[in-house]
Design a protein around this ligand. Structure first.
Ligand SMILES: [Fe+2]
Length: 403
């Protein structure tokens, strides 16, 4: 049944890259017992055994955020021009492209974030839907961090929002709860048979990395293939990537359709990209090492402005870690609140202008109404009861200059 709309795609089909059991929280994508019993449980034990580890640690921005204002100057950034991107599928916020890694979180904060994430795995972790060469050790965590107080407080921190807004040059705030935090895990195996599949020496490693760098990104092993983000700006914080790991960086597709890797992010460092307009992927290390990245999603839409977020790569039939009922409750609440404050701002402006003797600008009003109509349509147009187009959409794989 579709909601009164004629469509070629009334149902989410596996053959179209979608998860059919999305309404039941994707039981087909639960993390295997073997992964929980071996790798995940040993990581939890390791953290708990660290001297001074405290399950009830409270987030303290002064102690846990180790950012220094100097980093605004010393961190290398790419503009869209630097990446030779001229055409984009939606209007960019500005010329901001990406940043190299900058120091952000303390060791204590990192351990706590990993611990809180891994201890919610039963209810909060799912295997990815579409991933290149994913194994039982590649999974996503996120959707409900209500009980993870430290994670929640850190992700909503005003200080982090300001750091992100300052780097990007645009006012940003965290998004709705289901997608506030998204954790990408690729864990090292402790199974000797699986270990055999990894390259044996430096020569072999370099050969693989070289091959990856020469391609257009489609074949690079990752837990999320080449994509655009559905939110404005992700702050990607590396929680685990040992120094000896090779590969595993955020990889951006440039305007020349080549790949640029953001250099090895050390543990606790953050990077930013304008994910809504940059094609990118999170590659897996080619060596047998953990890669755990912690993503906080930020959006435009501050102070009565409308945000530019969509659900394309987040909706439950695409991203199994998002639970249907909670995701759509969060999404519609968020969008309606944005709409309410936007309508209020426009209404007050109209009354104000009139009272100041400026009259009524009809053209401007209609222009604003058209924008609101488009925004309103965007709230429901991708819902599964309306449309289930194949994923990924064709534009994810279209070079920028052909957009
Ligand atoms: Fe992304």
């Amino acid at each position: 049944m579709t909601a009164g709309v004629q469509t070629l795609y009334p149902k989410p089909l596996k053959s179209n890259g979608l998860v059919e059991s999305y309404k039941d929280y994707c039981p087909t994508h639960i993390i295997p017992e073997k992964t929980i019993n071996n790798e995940i449980n040993s990581m939890i034990k390791l953290i708990e055994s660290k001297p001074g580890f405290n399950k009830n640690l409270k987030f303290d921005p002064l102690k846990h955020i180790i950012f220094n204002d100097e980093y605004y100057k010393s961190t290398k950034t790419f503009t869209l021009d630097d990446l030779e991107i001229e055409k984009t599928h939606i209007k960019p916020l500005n010329n901001f492209g990406a940043t190299f890694p900058f120091k952000l979180l303390s060791e204590e904060a990192i351990d706590m974030l990993i611990w809180e994430a891994l201890t919610t795995i039963d209810t909060n972790g799912r295997l990815p839907n579409l991933a290149t060469n994913a194994t039982r050790l590649d999974f996503h965590i996120g959707c409900n961090f209500k009980k993870s107080k430290f994670t929640n407080d850190l992700a909503k921190s005003e200080i982090l929002s300001n750091i992100v807004s300052n780097f990007v040059g645009y006012k940003l705030k965290p998004v709705w709860e289901s997608d506030l935090v998204h954790i990408n895990c690729s864990l090292a195996t402790n199974d000797p048979i699986e270990l055999n599949k990894f390259p044996k020496d430096q020569n072999e490693i370099e050969k693989i990395l070289k091959l990856q760098d020469a391609c257009d990104g489609q074949d690079i092993p990752s837990t999320l293939g080449v994509h655009y983000d559905s939110i404005s700006i992700p702050l990607v914080i590396m929680l685990d990537l040992p120094n000896e790991a090779q590969g595993g960086q955020t990889t951006i597709l440039t305007g020349k359709n080549t790949v640029t890797r953001v250099p090895d992010p050390p543990r606790g460092s953050g990077t930013l990209i304008q994910g809504r307009v940059l094609r990118h992927l999170a590659s897996k290390p080619v060596t047998n090492h953990n890669r755990i990245s912690f993503v906080i999603s930020y959006a435009t839409g501050v102070d009565g402005e409308l945000d530019n977020c969509v659900t394309t790569s987040l909706k439950p039939s695409v991203l199994p870690k998002n639970e249907f009922n909670k995701f759509y409750k969060d999404w519609t609440e968020y969008k309606f609140l944005k709409l309410e404050s936007h309508l209020k701002k426009i209404r007050e402006q109209i009354v104000d202008d009139y009272e100041q003797g400026k009259g009524f600008d009809q053209e401007l009003f209609v222009e604003k109404c058209l924008k609101i109509e488009k925004y309103f349509h965007g709230i429901y147009e991708e819902m599964e009861c309306v449309e289930n187009k194949p994923y990924p959409p064709p534009y994810f794989n279209t070079p920028y200059n052909e957009l």
